[in-house]
Design a protein around this ligand. Structure first.
Ligand code: PEP
Ligand code: MG
Length: 579
């Protein structure tokens, strides 16, 4: 009998292989009393387990190929840092001494305390750090329990071609298993933004997360099919289903291999419409990916990473150094967005104790926060202006909702320019200014903004959230988050028309720009500047270069009038199937 289980597809690709079930995630931890004379011995036991954990991680670091994306080693570095932190080293030792409890229990108590602190944080990114604590603590627990089969000791070759089924996986597990040639993995927990799934995408491992109790339904070594795009896991497939997926797999591999030829090709449709493919950068490490993907610039440089997980905002010199690095490493323009903090990205790593806000996404975030913190805003504007002396830079303001905000932001920029002039510091006097269109009000009034700026950039992630009143970080209403909703499409269309009328560039930097299903539709709507995660660029380029806009059905834009999601989906399929 065929069994089909559904989870969240977080890393595309098809895997066909036998199941390898991992059961050893959580060692059983119990408390017992240590006699007074044994306390120091127990402390030594914990210290030595921590040291072994460190050695294991260092050994894993050594195994990471030098050409692997830097975020892979940075995940392991995070775990190493945690192992050096007193909250995981000194505090449990104090507990062993004060409670006279065993090392496992002290570690478990401290793990629970730290997880509670993280649980109370509003910032979803910081909440995912709970996973890191769990992974590090579990590693030490396994050593204390003297489990011989730590993941790096699984004999080479045993996992080759297997689909790993686990409760959860650590980033370190993921790297090691990729070395051992796993075909894919499925976990019971995890989300689309966890470190492990980010890694899976970087490493090209097909993966599904969130199939509850999957280890109960699947038997060790049984043949499986995993579709990392649709999030489907199939067990007991008959010959015809297996053959169908074999074909899909061959086609997927051929597709990825064929993309490399687009690296050096110009981006234009068959009917010769030139398109610009730009990259989104969230971290300095993304820059090497961007150069490899052949992006024609950075359409969105998110600066929030500079502000997160620290008590005080970065000084001008620190920011200048970060921006200068990016600008100097790119031959093309870099669009730096002023800090979009607030809502799900807290200002100071969650330590900020302002008034309790019921609707943070509708509260003091992005440009509103920039304008309410003029000193912090000016420090950033000065750093961006100074970076413009080293290459082509554009400035972009997030979440602008009215003309007044834009005017105030421009005034602040003007003040900073004058300051720099007085100080004799060089910058680009003609630096371009743009706003993000990510609130329905600004899309409706896009024409007014178009008259005041050099470019617009559509932030679809927020535009969808605010248009459909769907919190983008709330799983429970995720099913309503629909890029094809006619209201969303019409607002995008309005913005594109406003740019055209006033002869300014309009780019799109939300996730819609990197979704291959939407490329043709966006082209027909008139989008010419797409900004996306670097890994998506070549695939989108292929679609663009193979599209002849003159051949697409004349009624393509009727999709803006379809109010039934199923009909909109089938219309989209028809557009994409057209040759
Ligand atoms: C967006 O909202 O689409 C966007 C690109 O900005 P962010 O995802 O950083 O809010
Ligand atoms: Mg946004």
């Amino acid at each position: 009998m065929t069994l089909e289980l559904q989870g969240i597809g977080v890393s595309r690709g098809i895997a066909i292989g036998r199941a390898h079930i991992l059961f050893h995630n959580q060692p059983d931890v119990r408390e017992y009393l240590i006699p007074a004379f044994g306390i120091e011995q127990e402390v030594d036991r914990l210290n030595s387990a921590t040291e072994q954990a460190r050695q294991q991680l260092l050994a894993i670091l050594d195994q990471i190929p030098t050409n692997a994306p830097t975020d892979i080693s940075s995940f392991i570095d995070t775990h190493l840092l945690m192992l050096n932190d007193s909250s995981l080293t000194s505090v449990p030792i104090e507990m062993i001494r004060s409670r006279r409890c065993n090392a496992e229990w002290a570690l478990q108590l401290q793990r629970d305390a730290l997880i509670n602190v993280f649980n109370e944080m509003d910032d979803p990114y910081l909440r995912t750090r709970q996973d890191d604590i769990d992974h590090v603590v579990t590693r030490i627990h396994r050593i204390l329990a003297d489990e011989q089969v730590a993941e790096h000791e699984i004999p080479d070759g045993r996992l080759k071609g297997h689909i790993i089924i686990a409760e959860d996986l650590t980033p370190a597990d993921t790297v090691l298993m990729q070395h051992q040639g796993i075909a894919g993995f499925v976990t019971e927990h995890g989300g689309a933004t966890s470190h492990t799934t980010i890694l899976a995408r970087s490493l090209g491992i097909p993966a599904i997360v969130g199939i509850e109790s999957v280890r109960r339904y699947i038997q060790d070594n049984e043949p499986l099919i995993l579709d990392g795009e649709l999030g489907t896991l199939i067990a007991g497939a008959d010959e015809s289903i297996t053959a169908e997926y074999q074909e899909k797999l061959t086609a997927f591999r051929a597709h990825i291999a064929s993309l490399s030829r687009y690296k050096t090709q110009a981006t234009k449709t068959k009917d010769n419409k030139a398109i610009k493919l730009l990259a989104n950068a969230d971290l300095p490490e993304d820059i090497s990916l961007i150069s490899n993907a052949g992006a024609e610039g950075i359409g969105l440089y998110r600066t929030e990473f500079l502000y997160m997980n620290r008590a005080a905002p970065p000084e001008e010199e620190e920011q200048l150094a970060a921006y200068r690095d990016v600008v100097e490493s790119m031959d093309n323009p870099v669009t730096i967005r002023t800090f979009d903090l607030g809502a799900d990205k807290t200002v100071d790593g969650g330590r900020h104790h302002g008034p309790t806000v019921n609707n943070p996404a509708l509260g003091l975030r992005a440009i509103r926060l920039c304008l309410s913190q003029p000193a912090m805003f000016r420090t950033q504007l000065r750093a961006i202006l100074r970076a413009s002396a080293f290459g082509k830079v554009k400035i972009m303001f997030p979440m602008v909702s009215n003309q007044q905000e834009l005017l105030q932001a421009k005034n602040q920029l003007e003040n900073c320019k004058q300051e720099l002039d007085r100080e004799g510091i060089n910058y680009d006097h003609h630096i371009e200014i743009g706003v993000m269109i990510e609130i329905p009000a600004s899309a409706v009034c896009a024409e007014m903004f178009a008259k005041q700026v050099d470019f617009l950039s559509i932030g679809t992630n927020d535009l969808i959230q605010y248009t459909l009143a769907v919190d983008r970080v709330d799983d429970q209403v995720n099913y309503l988050y629909d890029p094809l909703h006619p209201a969303v499409l019409r607002l995008i269309h309005m913005t594109l028309l406003a740019g055209k009328k006033h002869n300014i560039d309009v780019s799109m930097c939300g996730e819609m720009a990197g979704d291959p299903r939407l490329t043709r539709l966006l082209l027909v709507m008139g989008l010419s500047h797409f900004s996306m995660h670097p890994n998506a660029i070549l695939e989108i380029k292929q679609i663009i270069n193979e599209t002849d806009l003159t051949q697409l059905p004349r009624n393509t834009l009727d999709i803006l009038n379809i109010d039934n999601p199923f009909d909109a989906e089938s219309r989209l399929e028809a557009i994409n199937a057209y040759n």
